[in-house]
Ligand binder design. Structure first.
Ligand SMILES: CC(C)(COP(=O)(O)OP(=O)(O)OC[C@H]1O[C@@H](n2cnc3c(N)ncnc32)[C@H](O)[C@@H]1OP(=O)(O)O)[C@@H](O)C(=O)NCCC(=O)NCCS
Length: 193
């Protein structure tokens, strides 16, 4: 990345965007109660991709340690992890992250995870649109992709709804899962409006 491009990026802890219903921002220690509550209110597991969000919600010290690790990774520009919160109530809705794949060419991966009691309300799509603004306007990413398992239809729909374009299938990815095929959707700073 060129020097002048680096200058324009915003510090991780200053990233904070508000949409129609949601706020996307780094976690604070004071989010512990809200995260605990959203975890407690989860519905029974709905499908094979549905799992609790791992934030150390049963223990405040563990939660704090996780948030500290987020900050270190955000500061190093390795991984930007955000909480998704209801703008009015402050409820924790889910998590979203931008992971740097290659810093030199501004290539990152978008991930999203919504607590299952909030599924299909358009929250992942709204938060992901905010994340694309953060990625291109505040963090100088050039390319953002989202990759999902072939049968993760909700995730695929989010990618399409936020304007990512289908690029193909990454074959036998994730060795720890035995090599699974992943659909790849992406956009870039030139095409994204
Ligand atoms: C994928 C996920 C983030 C979507 O969150 P969400 O807030 O429900 O997403 P949105 O409401 O913005 O959009 C989901 C869309 O998929 C649709 N959908 C949900 N389940 C579906 C299914 N099984 N088959 C087809 N479409 C489905 C919804 O109806 C919605 O479409 P619509 O807006 O046209 O009605 C959520 O399901 C989740 O957290 N899953 C577990 C973690 C995960 O898989 N993350 C992605 C890893 S790549």
């Amino acid at each position: 990345m060129k020097k002048d491009q680096c200058k324009k990026t915003t510090a991780y802890l200053k990233l904070n965007l508000t949409g129609k219903r949601l706020i996307l921002r780094p976690f604070k220690f004071s989010d512990f109660k809200s995260c605990q509550a959203s975890d407690k209110n989860r519905l029974p597991i709905l499908n094979k991709f549905d799992e609790p969000i791992s934030l150390g919600k049963s223990d405040y010290q563990e939660f704090k340690e996780k948030i500290k690790r987020h900050r270190l990774r955000g500061k190093a520009r390795i991984h930007f992890i955000f909480g998704i919160f209801d703008k009015k109530t402050g409820e924790h809705i889910g998590n979203l992250d931008l992971l740097t794949i290659n810093q030199q060419i501004g290539w990152g991966n978008l991930g999203f995870h919504i607590q299952n009691q909030y599924y299909s309300k358009g929250y992942a799509s709204e938060a992901s649109r905010l994340a694309l603004t953060i990625a291109f306007k505040y963090l100088n990413f050039h390319r953002i992709e989202a990759a999902m398992e072939m049968d993760n239809l909700a995730s695929k729909k989010v990618a399409i709804k936020i304007g990512l374009k289908y690029e193909g299938v990454r074959k036998k990815f994730f060795p720890h899962k035995g090599g699974i095929d992943m659909r790849v959707y992406a956009t870039n700073a030139i095409d994204y409006k």
